[in-house]
Design a protein around this ligand. Structure first.
Ligand code: MN
Length: 484
């Protein structure tokens, strides 16, 4: 597969592997009982373990292990019944222990697969591994003109590092990969995927090679990218930079780079460490982790329906288009809401109403689906009123507007405002007769086969009836009266 650079076919291709750090959704930290919630006062959620005071002893949070196994199973990955926590030694001001407890030789999750639905077909991207580790604290550079402060609230929060194989071949694929991974994590409930709050961060390993080359060339790692748009932009720029280096006869060096979204460029941060620089060794404070197969099986059985399976079901059972499904699946709360509506009314119409009418309202007011002013039950009722020909699609939009304001039952609105469709043909017949009588010219044109005039007649009747006449019935009556 060749890569399009600046929209042009190139002799170069990009090779990308992603490392995603995902904070595990849990009440407490990986090795201590301190709260793991985001947004608290600095240093208000720090235990002795998180501050690395002498003599502290980490204790594994079993729920975090469960969450990691769940994620591994969601990625169709091999679960390692035996895994080990090791110390990764490095110095950094926000890492009070002087090492990070991580997994190296024996991670808890091995190889898996993530499927991407690209415009030109399905792409299976290999997962290399998933391991558990501690998050570091945070350096605050913006609190004081001269000093840097440290907030240890994040210190010790459980992370999953999910490493892909170098299977991605374009910035678009990398963007889709992060989107899909985030969606799976959210469906599983193992990470909230909030990139703005840093619960999901992405490092990209990028190299380039001539199309057809087998071996991988030297890669650079771009650290801590915090939005999907930036992941794509950073890779694009780094790839072009490397191609530029080769074109000028230079060599790419292995290093860690930072992406600067303001300047839209990557720049060197430090030369890349090798694994041996970290002096990994098993953490003597922690026993190896042994899992029972039954424990894993139990989690497997409790897995929710994941996006791929749900997508297939929505297309097969509800006849939705892939685009509609994509929109509905993006968020598990949206797909749940949709399913409630579709369960009580026509699934196709439900998709249209949720995607177009409801989303417009939610977007306008900046609301989540959980804050929707219209309940799934009432939206289904409204759709059924159209299906049962109680109201026209046009009237339904007016009713919907009132529902948004008042949150009330659509049937009550219809009755209260007298919006029921007129399906009594003698009532409509009288209106048609009167209109024909008042407009003999138009009636002649209609008889001559001018279909525009037919539309005009229907429009007039809708006006007279305040939108309550059934348009189909009006059309039939016109034909009966005037021929054609
Ligand atoms: Mn890591």
């Amino acid at each position: 597969m060749s890569y399009l650079l600046n929209g042009e076919k190139s002799e170069w291709e990009v090779v990308i592997g992603l490392e995603v750090h995902a904070q595990i959704t849990a009440k407490s930290k990986l090795f201590s009982g301190a709260a793991a919630e985001f947004g608290a006062e600095p240093n208000s959620q720090v235990s002795l373990v998180d501050a690395a005071l002498p003599g502290m002893l980490p204790v594994i949070n079993q729920f975090c292990i469960e969450q990691a196994v769940k994620t591994g199973l969601g990625l169709k990955a091999k679960i390692n019944l035996h895994s080990i926590f090791e110390r990764k030694n490095y110095f950094y001001p926000d890492l009070p222990q002087g090492y990070q407890i991580s997994q190296f030789q024996k991670p808890i999750v091995g190889e898996g697969i993530l499927t991407l639905d690209m415009p030109d077909g399905l792409r299976k991207i290999g997962i290399e591994r998933l391991h558990i580790e501690q998050d570091a604290g945070k350096s605050l550079h913006d609190q004081d003109p001269k000093r840097t402060f440290i907030d240890l609230n994040r210190s010790g929060i459980a992370l999953m590092e999910i490493v892909s194989k170098p299977d991605l071949r374009s910035p678009q694929e990398a963007g889709e990969y992060v989107k899909k991974l985030r969606m799976i994590l959210r469906y599983l409930g193992t990470c909230d995927g909030n990139m703005e709050e840093g619960s999901l961060r992405c490092d990209a390993n990028v190299s380039v090679r001539k199309v057809g080359e087998k071996a991988l060339r030297t890669r650079a790692e771009i650290k801590n990218i915090n939005s999907i748009r930036f992941v794509m932009a950073a890779i694009e720029h780094e790839a072009l930079r490397q191609i530029g280096v080769y074109d000028e006869g230079g060599e790419v060096i292995q290093e860690t780079r930072l992406y600067d979204p303001n300047k839209d460029e990557t720049r060197s941060m430090r030369s890349k460490e090798e694994a041996h620089d970290y002096r990994y060794f098993p953490d003597p404070d922690l026993l190896p982790v042994f899992l029972e197969q039954e424990f894993v099986d139990r989690i497997q059985q409790s897995l929710p329906e994941l996006p791929d399976a749900k997508k297939k079901r929505f297309i097969d059972d509800f006849g939705l288009t892939p685009d509609d499904v994509e929109t509905l699946l993006a968020d598990i709360e949206i797909s749940d809401f949709y399913e409630k509506v579709a369960g009580e009314s026509d699934p196709k119409l439900s998709a249209n109403w949720v995607i177009h009418e409801l989303f417009a309202i939610l977007n306008k007011d900046g609301l989540n689906i959980s804050e929707s002013p219209v309940s799934a039950e009432y939206l289904a009722k409204l759709i059924n009123l159209i299906g049962d020909k109680v109201i026209s699609g046009r009237t339904a939009k007016d009713v919907f507007e009132i529902m948004v304001k008042l949150g009330s039952d659509p049937m009550e609105i219809v009755e209260e405002k007298g919006l029921k469709q007129i399906t009594n043909s003698s009532e409509i017949e009288a209106m048609v007769d009167a209109l024909v009588k008042e407009n003999p010219g138009q009636a002649e044109q209609y008889k001559d086969g001018n279909m525009k005039v037919a539309g005009w007649f229907i429009g007039q009747i809708m006006k007279v009836s305040k939108g309550k006449a059934n348009p189909q019935l009006v059309g039939d009556l016109l034909k009966k009266k005037l021929g054609n």
